[in-house]
Design a protein. Structure first.
Length: 319
């Protein structure tokens, strides 16, 4: 393992994982190096990311919920809570605290590291502990998420990962899903529909088809990501409660996102209204929520020239 300032590099065989605990407990790069060539399994951090821009990195964690809460306001156990709007000029609170927080390195070895974040009560009146366990085994990566309610009262909860992948003209995502949330112009849910022809992720969804920012339900917790130009293929797998898949592919950018998450958009308010399918977990005092996410390479890739770190996208978060 190599450290540079607060950054950490893990290594297994010819594969490297770079982490930045202080900038959202994020991944800066996940790459393999063979024969003098480099393959980035996730989009590498750009210049802005290396200077602290969380939207220009490889991956960041979502704690203690994923996606948006409408106008930052939700009801829980008969009480109203108001959260700061944390992604202006957006009108809704997004992704909780972990992605904007400074994490600490808890322990590490050459191919493993654990990052931790402790939240103290504020507008979110519950304290909690969030952990990320990273491990490399050859080219394959595992990230285990762990969220524990350290307060003395029940807490609504969710989590997820927000990885960015390199976008090519033929890149494709395939996953067994049943339905899709259709959103309004503010990416808030309108209705749950069967998979439309242009968003049929079961048949393979290409980021190049147009703007995508949707949550898929009925997911079997497996997603295949392919780059045919490079003969490269990756399988992303998770366990319950990461039961939902978000795909985000903005126009005119060089990345797309495939996010395993445990709750849908505005889940806490859905739960309060008595609606099904929200994905919220209510953690009692001292209870934990855990799930691994693995990235396994199914097909040997053709090496290619290093793309470098400049010119990255990330102007709009979405997802």
């Amino acid at each position: 393992m190599h450290n540079s300032d607060s950054r950490i590099q893990l290594e297994s065989q010819s594969t490297f994982l770079e982490l930045d605990p202080k900038n959202g407990g994020s991944i800066l790069d996940y790459r393999s190096e063979t024969g003098g060539k480099t393959f980035h399994w996730m989009r590498p951090a750009g210049d802005k990311g290396l200077l602290g821009d969380i939207l220009d990195l490889s991956c960041f964690p979502l704690f203690p919920f994923s996606s948006r809460i409408r106008k930052g306001v939700f009801q829980f156990h008969g009480k109203e809570y108001r959260l700061p709007l944390n992604f202006l000029p957006e009108k809704h609170t997004i992704h909780g605290h972990g992605w904007r927080a400074s994490w600490k390195l808890k322990d590490h070895s050459s191919d493993r590291a654990t990052l931790e974040y402790h939240h103290l009560p504020d507008e979110w009146p519950w304290s909690y502990e969030a952990l990320q366990y990273f491990s490399l085994e050859g080219e394959n990566l595992s990230v285990e998420l762990d969220l524990r309610n350290t307060s003395e009262s029940p807490m609504p909860a969710g989590f997820g990962l927000h990885p960015y992948f390199v976008r090519t003209p033929r890149s494709r995502v395939t996953a067994e899903c049943e339905r899709i949330w259709i959103n309004d112009d503010e990416v808030m849910p309108l209705r749950l529909d069967p998979l439309p022809t242009d968003r049929n992720i079961k048949e393979g969804l290409m980021p190049e088809v147009g703007f995508i920012d949707n949550t898929f339900t009925g997911w079997n917790r497996k997603a295949k990501i392919e780059w045919p130009e490079w003969n490269a293929e990756m399988l992303m797998e998770s366990d319950a409660p990461l039961d939902f898949l978000v795909m985000y592919a903005p126009l005119n950018e060089d990345f797309f996102c495939v996010e395993p998450v445990s709750n849908v958009t505005d889940a806490f308010n859905m739960m309060d209204r008595g609606e099904a399918g929200h994905g919220t977990t209510v953690l009692e005092a001292g209870q934990s929520l855990k799930s691994p996410v693995s990235y396994t390479h199914l097909r040997a890739h053709e090496t290619r020239e290093d793309r470098g770190r400049g010119g990255r996208g990330g102007k709009k978060k979405g997802g």
